[in-house]
Design a protein around this ligand. Structure first.
Ligand SMILES: NC(=O)C1=CN([C@@H]2O[C@H](COP(=O)(O)OP(=O)(O)OC[C@H]3O[C@@H](n4cnc5c(N)ncnc54)[C@H](O)[C@@H]3O)[C@@H](O)[C@H]2O)[C@@H](O)CC1
Ligand SMILES: Nc1ncnc2c1ncn2[C@@H]1O[C@H](COP(=O)(O)OP(=O)(O)O)[C@@H](O)[C@H]1O
Ligand SMILES: [K+]
Length: 494
């Protein structure tokens, strides 16, 4: 897992690397700039590409100056540098890089408060105005410069972070930033990149290694970590040669109603294709023909039998398309001491029912999307607040909250958060959450603990979607995703 650092911690890592490895801060800036330039050369291999590097006067601007020089050294001849001299501050490394730039043929123009800004005719803008040192919203000339860059509508690549975007904390609605097509960020992504509000500031990001001390970074306490393929390889357990259906647990999905039987079928299919030894469906009887036709492997369990058969299930999920039958949830909660997966209609049913929520078995997994989350725990104005609230709720309920989105936040009972990196917009269609629920129940049934099951299910769900997109699919329906799950699991190693 890659821990995500606050900007204050990033500064610490910076200082630590300078002290321990005896690298000078100006050389660290050179390493960062060089890594940025390598990324830009991949994005724009044509060395005739005209580029304007817009620099502030702090270290982000210092990076910009070094980037301009290094691009020129590597054969990019159409480089222009703008410097925003909107206050008297200059960092030492900025000043040093400016003196280096004067030994090159690169044209440098400095802009002072209220100066008119010329039209940008270059193909690419590199945004090095402000980085992680941002401490207030853009205003005055800084705001005007950011608006000017955005209005030019050129390919824009931000150094470390789009200017004006904060690295962590709430992103207030309507906060103005440079709008970057690509962000090349240093060493670790910023937490704000994972919040949907950052979509106003950036399309994509890539992380480049600038040589900070990784052991030190990983030793810093962090509440947020990015899940990596290596985590999945560590968690996933190969199927054993002498295993049989009993080895991989019995999953029960309580779901579906007359109008929303598909949700139940999708969850059952996902459980099956994620490897549960047995999957049973507690669905209304009118769904049986469809169930048998779509997943003949899945067994049926009636509501009436539930109290007697409950003990034979290793894991239970409840909610997808459940409709009115959610009224049975209080009774179900009296059966179970094992963690439940609670999704969709069952989550909406629990909205505002604090006493019932407290009866959930320890380490149950709740899988709300944004609206379901707010229905459960009250409205939230932004994602930062929602994630902070989910951390409090996960601790209070001793539950795992899987807060779903482009980047799903897996909030653990100790209040720490795992961010899932996989998945893509081709997966943005109905039924996708039902599939995730089936996967969660399946992995629980197979004996993974709830935290492992949550990380595994979210990662593989997104990985299956990514595989299908890589194979040429622009849209991934939920039922198609199910069929891909065995291959996604295989990709982590069988
Ligand atoms: N390990 C690291 O963190 C490294 C960081 N580097 C670069 O250093 C950057 C951070 O540099 P700095 O800390 O000098 O900060 P910035 O360059 O982001 O900002 C510099 C100055 O801008 C002022 N400022 C903040 N918000 C403002 C606003 N809204 N309007 C006007 N002025 C504002 C601040 O008071 C600060 O003095 C990173 O983003 C990265 O680009 C790299 O050079 C090398 C390694
Ligand atoms: N743009 C996207 N990028 C990554 N994952 C996505 C995207 N859109 C949807 N998903 C995933 O699909 C699932 C959708 O869940 P949900 O909204 O509950 O769907 P439904 O209720 O229709 O089953 C979540 O796991 C979410 O992370
Ligand atoms: K920037």
């Amino acid at each position: 897992m890659n821990s995500i650092l606050t900007s204050a911690q990033m500064r610490l890592a910076d200082q630590h690397t300078i002290e321990v490895t005896s690298i000078a801060s100006i050389d660290l800036m050179e390493q960062a700039s060089s890594a940025f330039v390598t990324a830009v050369m991949q994005l724009y291999p044509d060395k005739n590409t005209s580029i304007v590097v817009c620099c502030g006067t702090g270290n982000n601007g210092g990076d910009g100056l070094a980037i301009a020089r290094l691009l020129q050294v590597r054969g990019y001849d159409a480089i222009t540098v703008w410097i925003a001299r909107f206050n008297s501050y200059e960092s030492d490394d900025f000043a040093f890089n400016l003196s280096r730039l004067y030994h090159t043929p690169i044209a440098v123009t400095e802009f002072f408060p209220a100066d008119q800004l010329p039209d940008i005719h270059q193909h690419v803008v590199i945004d090095a105005l402000l980085g992680s040192g941002l401490n207030k919203p853009l205003e005055g000339d800084w705001l005007r410069m950011a608006q000017h860059i955005n209005q030019a509508n050129r390919q824009t690549v931000a150094v470390d972070i789009p200017s004006g975007l904060r690295a962590d904390g709430a992103i207030p609605e309507g906060e103005y930033t440079v709008r970057a097509h690509e962000v090349v960020t240093f060493q670790r992504p910023k937490l704000s990149f994972f919040f949907p509000e950052s979509a106003n500031s950036m399309d994509a990001f890539q992380v480049v290694d600038i040589g900070l001390d990784e052991d030190f970074i990983e030793s810093l306490p962090s509440d947020f970590g990015l899940v990596e393929a290596a985590d999945i390889q560590r968690i996933y357990r190969k199927r054993k040669p002498f295993s049989h259906k009993g080895t991989y647990g019995h999953a029960l999905i309580i779901a579906g109603s007359t109008d929303t039987m598909g949700a139940a079928l999708l969850s059952c299919g996902a459980s099956l294709y994620s490897g549960a030894g047995l999957t049973s469906a507690c669905i209304p009887k009118e769904g049986l023909v469809a169930l048998n036709a779509s997943h003949p492997e899945v067994m049926y369990c009636s509501w009436a039998d539930l109290p007697y058969t409950w003990g034979s299930f290793d894991a239970v999920g409840i909610g997808p398309g459940l409709g009115k039958a959610c009224d049975n949830l209080p009774t179900i909660l009296t059966y179970s001491s094992k963690p439940l997966v609670v999704d969709a209609d069952a989550l909406s049913f629990l909205g505002g029912k604090t006493a019932l929520l407290k009866q959930l078995p320890l380490h149950s997994i709740l899988t709300p999307h944004m609206k379901e989350y707010d229905r459960l725990f009250g409205p939230h104005g932004n994602w930062w607040d929602r994630v902070q609230s989910a951390r409090e709720q996960a601790v209070a309920l001793q539950a795992i909250i899987v807060l779903k989105n482009r980047y799903t936040f897996i909030v653990l009972p100790d209040g720490t958060v795992r961010i899932n990196p996989t998945g893509n917009p081709a997966m943005a269609s109905g039924g996708m959450g039902d599939v995730l629920t089936g996967m969660l129940v399946s992995f629980l049934a197979q004996g993974y603990d709830p935290q492992e099951a949550a990380v595994l299910a979210c990662y593989l769900h997104g990985a299956a979607g990514n595989q299908l997109v890589a194979a040429g699919m622009a849209v991934v329906p939920a039922s198609r995703l199910i069929a891909e799950l065995p291959r996604a699991i295989a990709s982590v190693g069988i």
